[in-house]
Write a protein that binds this ligand. Sequence first.
Ligand SMILES: [Mg+2]
Length: 302
Amino acid sequence: MSNGDRCRSRPFRLIAFDWDGTAVPDRKAPADDVVPRVETLGARGVVCAVITGTNIGNLEPTFFERLDPRRRYCLLACMNRGSEVFGYDDNGNRLLLYRREATAAENQAMDEIAITLRDELAQQFGLETNIVFDRLNRRKIDLIPVEEWADPPKARIGELLEAVNTRLERCQVEGGIQHIMDRVSEEAARRDLDVRLTTDVKHVELGLTDKSDSVAYLLEHVAARRGIQRSRICFLGDEFGPIAGFRGSDYMMYGVTGAAYYSVGREPNGVPEGVVHLGGGVPRFLEFLDAQIQAWETAGDE
Ligand SMILES: [Mg+2]
């Protein structure tokens, strides 16, 4: 079966997808190819939902504001890694539908954990790190705050991993990135903080939400209210499988029984059971949306 055939599927009523690496090559890239396809699906009554770690300001100029205002109501923007959901009214005006508000104690606990780790790594190992404080409900510990690795593209993840590992080995941080993640977990447990831990290799990130919160919102507030069955929901991403020994960035979308999962990523370490590995990157994602438009035309109005 060719990948083109594998894209052909039942018409889904809720299509949820990752942004970077799935719908666009990177978040600065224009989304001109996605816009007309989402508009067409929206006209059919299909709900399209972006699930991403970034903030709404990064996607509005390239995507949301490019959509016909009369079609924006079909779109949901699940932003900031599970912490916010936006929708649009019939006139195309943005509405905040959900925001996870951190308490002062939670914010303080996240600050304390990040600072504890930074100081500990400096004092115990002589390892210089940097904390990114200004993310909603999240703190990032930058393990390699050097010019060369200021903004590494996904394509260089192999080299990045080597650079970070070398840096940690040089400082004799036994256990490497995993050690730092374990220490964050311990500090969170000490403070009774239910922390969500991730890494993109450059950072260890601790936060209050992750993509599973976006999925939970979609199931509870969209699928349930509109009577959309699980078998009519699909999720697309590019990193369901592990990357560099850690969970891929889309893994937390995985696990909705009955829903369909597709990966357009390279997935060098395979995909979890039940995820269809399409590969092919952004072009394959666009092909998938085209196949959906086709499937809806064949199915007629439901
Ligand atoms: Mg991605």
